[in-house]
Design a protein around this ligand. Structure first.
Ligand code: COS
Length: 393
């Protein structure tokens, strides 16, 4: 029995986890150091994902995917994340782009884009802009009616898997006067005239992933619109509800890798004639990390189970993302501390994990945004109770 709490995974999740373990050990982890050093997108890993069904794992079978549940997907992502944070992030970005289409796409859109994704042709989620990330309603890219279609103008920023993906779900304002209810989503092909992938980011961590901007001055047909006109902000938030659970799974994988590096080193490394884990300063820190990872894992799997059961995960997903990413931060910090000078230098895995961790508290909603979401839920709950109480009097 392991110290860290293990979920009891039945049938499909156990099988997917076993596949992910095998591929992580033989294909993904061996590339982790090189793709970080070279800042290289691992196209061969995409081929591996396609070959073994991971690329479209969450996509329903009728659209060419494997029809995995979110519990299955989380089990895969946390496993891959233990070997390579960049590969886990790519896997999540590939699933994230599928969501707006899955949730609101027309049947032809589902058949085409989801089918492409299952073949490894990515779709990316393009919401953020240069001047707005957290306040998603404040985007300034526009969509104006032109002929039978729409002219999309503006620039989307920080697109996960940007450049590597062929297609983009771009969120633009089609009715600026309607505020949050005036945003629509459109599918954009990066090969089309007027779509330009611009400026790849030189990042601190997950350097094997691609993040880029997309400049748009393009006309798309009415058939490119995803979901109802003006209702795409809600669609973006529904997508992020799931995306946040996947980021929690990435975080958990990273935290487990950091715990592995820290605990094996703490037993192997001797100082003052004994393994350093025999010092309470080290043992207690690792004990706290083990408790936190176990608690984070319970929350993660509960959030995934809730999603699979059709429950609203906006609160639980925000909690899981917030807590798990901050646990990953503390676990990576502990790993660097246990490794000492080695932990500060390449190619120590603890050094890479420390850099890779940082984005987990930023993307798909910063820790501050998760707290804001939770604060709003608390307020709404108290107000509802007060109203019910007042009505009963
Ligand atoms: N799930 C489903 N629907 C949601 C939702 C959620 N988690 N949060 C809000 N909505 C709905 C609202 O119910 C509302 O629907 P109606 O138009 O039917 O009333 C609509 O979406 C707009 O919501 P709201 O008015 O609350 O929007 P705000 O601009 O006030 O949203 C927050 C504020 C902070 C919640 C939002 O801006 C947010 O999550 N920001 C972070 C964005 C982010 O994660 N960016 C990173 C991008 S990926 S790198």
């Amino acid at each position: 029995m392991s110290v860290i709490w293990e979920p009891e995974l039945g049938g499909s999740a156990a099988a997917w986890k076993a596949t992910a373990e095998r591929l992580t050990e033989t294909r993904f982890a061996p590339l982790a150091e090189e793709i970080d050093r070279e800042q290289r997108y691992p196209w061969e890993s995409i081929e591996t994902m396609v070959e073994h069904g991971l690329a479209g794992v969450f996509i329903p079978k009728e659209y060419g995917g494997r029809g995995a549940s979110l519990v299955d997907t989380v089990a895969i992502v946390e496993t891959v994340g233990q070997g390579c944070s960049s590969t886990a992030a790519i896997l999540c970005a590939l699933q994230l782009g599928a969501f707006p289409v899955l949730l609101a796409g027309r049947e032809e859109q589902k058949r085409f884009y989801l089918g492409e994704m299952a073949k490894g042709v990515g779709t990316s989620f393009a919401l953020s802009e240069r001047h707005t990330g957290s306040d998603a309603a404040a985007i300034s890219a526009t969509g104006t009616a032109e002929g039978d279609g729409w002219r999309l103008r503006g620039e989307k920023y920080w697109i996960g898997n940007g450049g590597a993906s062929r297609y983009y779900v771009a969120f633009v304002k089609t009715d600026p006067a309607a505020g949050a209810r005036g945003i629509s989503a459109f599918m954009v092909d990066k090969e089309a005239d007027g779509a330009v992938i611009d400026e790849l980011s030189d990042k601190m961590g997950i350097r094997g992933t691609q993040t880029s901007n997309l400049k748009l001055d393009i006309v798309v047909g009415e058939d490119a619109r995803v979901g109802e006109p003006g209702r795409a902000l809600k669609l973006a938030f529904q997508t992020l509800n799931v995306g946040r659970i996947m980021v929690a799974a990435q975080s958990l994988g990273l935290a487990l890798a950091a715990y592995r590096e820290a605990s094996t080193r703490a037993v192997a490394r001797e100082a003052f004639g004994k393994p350093i884990i025999d010092n309470q300063g080290v043992a207690f820190r690792l004990a706290d990390v083990a408790v936190e990872i176990s608690a984070a894992r319970m929350m993660l799997y509960e959030a995934a189970r809730a999603y699979d059961a059709g429950r609203d995960v906006s609160t639980l997903g925000a909690m899981a993302k917030l807590y798990t990413s901050e646990v990953a931060h503390r676990a990576a910090d502990a790993a660097v501390q246990v490794w000492g000078g080695y932990g500060y230098c390449k190619p120590c895995i603890a050094e890479r994990l420390y850099r890779d961790q940082r984005i987990l508290e930023v993307y798909e909603g910063t820790s501050e945004i998760q707290r804001l979401v939770l604060g709003r839920s608390i307020r709404a709950e108290v107000e509802a109770k007060n109203a019910a109480h007042a009505a009963a009097e």
